[in-house]
Structures are given as structure tokens and as C-alpha cells.
Design a protein around this ligand. Sequence first.
Ligand SMILES: [Zn+2]
Length: 275
Amino acid sequence: MMFLPRKGRPRRPEAGRNAHRRDRGLFSKDELQRYARHITLPEIGGVGQRRLKTARVLVVGAGGLGSPVLLYLAAAGVGTIGVIDDDAVDVSNLQRQIIHRNATLDMPKVRSARQELAALNPFVRVKPYHRRLTSGIAVDLISEYDLVLDGTDSYATRALINKAAQASGRAVIAGAISAWEGQVTLYDPAQGAPCFACIFPQASAPGLAVTCAETGVIGALPGVIGTMMAMEAIKEITGAGTGLRGRMVIYDGLSAEMRTITLTRRADCAVCGVG
Ligand SMILES: [Zn+2]
């Protein structure tokens, strides 16, 4: 049970054909129609859709990766979505940060994002935090959520999220992009999978120390990687399929190639290692 352990749910939802009847109390008629294509899927069903509705997911960063993450999680009916970002919408963001609009230039990104999510799905609750994630608030904030999605572009923030998630026993779905290449994985030392520090113990790790502002980034790349992050989050919440614990998907946009590598936990990891 890697998700919401206090509820002791079964790993796999059974896609009952009485899902509609059971969900009548939790879902309105509009919601049942809205999520009909999910409920039809055997791996999601009414049980999985309920799990999405009761899930609380924190998205760190409302930029390139955060845009598709937030849009797909809200569209999927994730009931409570927290989003933290201290930035405002800049015109140079609009080439890839598709949750923002020309009309929301200069607006705090979390407000611009909340506006768009409310327009997409009024049945989800969005909690915007217009501030930087700091060590003073990270553990308390992450503890309020079941799952964290890291779409930030700084090594220091990634390391901070990793430490706070480890302290809170929360899994982190992390995406990273640079120029034409991106990667996605799920860090979860509580379930035996590596954490971020197991894989990237130092800030000099290639592709992580530089930002999109320095290297440039192709606009559709965060769309690919952020959408994969949303996919993995929906799987993690519903228990569908096999997640990315101990595996990392690497996507090279220039050659249109994708490969999956195995990641191993380090016993001497400074964050999750023993002693
Ligand atoms: Zn570790």
C-alpha cells in the first residue's frame, strides 16, 4: 500500500458494473458523465475514480511541466490539487507553459493556473500557494498531501522536496527537461525505491544544474514529460498498472526515442540511506 495507507485500500480496484450506483452519493450526475471514459476502464472503474476524487496532490512549480500536470490532474478529477510557485507569468513562458494565457501575463502563475483549472473542472479544489517552497514550510506542506509532483528546474528545490518527502513518507513523481531531452521517475524510499539523492547526490549531475533559460527548451517537450507525470500520478492514485519505482524513462525528442533505465537505491545515500 504505497498510497493513502491509512485507508488500507486494495492495490487493484475492481471495476464493478455497479460503480455508478455506489458512486451516486459521492459523484453528481454531471461528474459521472464527465468521468465516464475513466469509469469504463477496468483499471480505473468507479473505485479508481473515487480514489482520484479523494486524493490530495501537491504540484511544485506551475511552469512548463506543471502546466500539463495540472490540466490533466484537474481534468481527471483529482479532488484536491495544491500548487506552489512564486513566479509571475512572463511572455517568454507562453511558448510552452500552456496553462497560462496572454491575458494572464504578469499574474502570479498559481492564480493564472487556478483560473484555468476552475474553467476546466469546477468539481476540483485548487489550493494556490504564491510563494517559494522553503525548508521552513516544506515538511508541513508536503505532509498535507498524499503525493508530490516535482516540476521544478532547480537542483536546490529538488533536493529540498526530496528531503521533505522522505521525512513525510511521501512518494515524489519527478520530471526534468533540458533542451530536447526529458526524464521522469518516481522516488519512493519508503517502498524500497531510490530517492532523488540516491541518483543525483551532487548538483553537478548533467542536465540538472542548468535551467531552461540557459539552455533553451523545445516547447512540446514539457508537454510530453509533464503528461507522463500526470499519467504516473493517476496510476499511483488508482493502483492501475506498474509505476516507475526504481525506473526512469528518458525521452530524446530529437531522435524520437524513448528508453527506460533501472535505478538502484544507494545504501549510503545521505537522505534515505541506513545510518
Ligand atoms: Zn536516497
